[in-house]
Design a protein around this ligand. Structure first.
Ligand code: ADP
Ligand code: MG
Length: 298
């Protein structure tokens, strides 16, 4: 991906609003960006992250377009890793206490080596070449990446609540030092467990003032449906098509195309100001200019 810093245009309203939220100049805590594909949601999120990095604000991004299936644990682990694992030792310790490896042993398999295959070539029931348990690396506790193992839903729920509690305890010690930010992208692909944590834990804790100094940005073709009891906390926004001056700024200043008013107008009309389409047109023009048109036959 080309550098967002150099190519990003417009979206002043969203980014200025975001900075106000970070600085606590508005009671709004949650920004919902709802727009269709190619309008620049992910770029806006990325731009805001760059802004956080510039200001030294801890932040974490969960993009539901990633190939990871964000179950409860994967979600919290990802969030922890984004903020920096060092602040989350208590949480990681809780993970290690409630998770176990899952080894499924089937009987009656025709293959007599079935059990050894399950354990891995060098592993036996009594010994394993895999180190299980906590690994202390400096001051950071590593987690063993196992899964919550509970054979009934009530126990599972209780373990999840415990983990979530430990997560928020660590978060609170981070927020006492300054603001931090969660980014959720491609919310239209949110998983059931991630949505349950977001709607059942994170957002209500913010609403009820149990955690402060936390800003949440959620972007997607669809975003959480929150009723009007949330209005004081929520900044709702869409993303417009780019205007002709922004298209010109993008093409001429950012991409280095010639400032030919007819060409700019044609590209504005051809793209309708849709950022993704505009970027593709600019890419193609620059590519064919670079090759002097020689590879037109390819
Ligand atoms: N504000 C912007 N300025 C310049 N180019 C942009 C902007 N927003 C989006 N783009 C271009 O459009 C493409 C698609 O944007 P993206 O953020 O992935 O859309 P979405 O997440 O809404 O589907 C980006 O790869 C980039 O080339
Ligand atoms: Mg996207």
């Amino acid at each position: 991906m080309q550098s967002i810093d150099k190519l990003f245009v417009n979206r002043e309203k969203q980014t200025a609003g975001f900075i106000k939220m970070l600085q606590g100049q508005t009671p709004k805590r949650i920004m919902l960006i709802e727009a269709s594909g190619g309008l620049g949601k992910s770029w806006t999120v990325e731009f805001m992250r760059v802004e956080c990095q510039r200001r030294g604000i801890p932040n974490t991004e969960i993009d539901f377009a990633d190939s990871i299936v964000f179950d409860f644990l994967a979600l919290l682990r990802r969030a922890r890793d984004g903020f920096g694992i060092a602040a989350f030792n208590l949480f990681t310790q809780a993970i290690n206490e409630v998770t176990q490896p899952t080894v499924r042993i089937e009987t009656g398999a025709a293959n007599t080596n079935a059990i050894n295959n399950l354990l891995g070539q060098s592993n036996t029931f009594s010994g394993s070449n895999v180190n299980v348990g906590e690994v202390i690396a400096g001051n950071v506790i590593k987690d063993n990446s196992f899964v919550i193992n509970a054979d009934n839903a009530v126990v599972r729920q209780a373990l999840q609540d415990r983990l979530s509690g430990a997560f928020f305890a660590c978060l609170a010690s981070l927020t006492s030092q300054g603001p931090l930010c969660f980014f959720f992208d491609t919310y239209d692909k949110v998983t059931v467990e991630a949505e349950a944590w977001l709607m059942g834990h994170l957002l209500p804790q913010i609403r009820d003032g149990l955690i402060t100094n936390v800003v949440v940005v959620i972007a997607g073709r669809s975003v959480p449906k929150l009723d009007n009891q949330w209005d004081h906390l929520i900044a709702r926004t869409g993303l417009d098509l780019l205007s002709e001056p922004h298209v010109k700024e993008y093409l001429v200043q950012r991409r280095g195309l010639n400032d030919d008013p007819n060409v700019i107008k044609a590209l504005f009309q051809g793209s309708t100001g849709q950022p993704q389409l505009l970027a593709m047109l600019a890419d193609n023009i620059l590519r064919s200019q670079a090759s002097g048109g020689d590879d037109d036959w390819l």
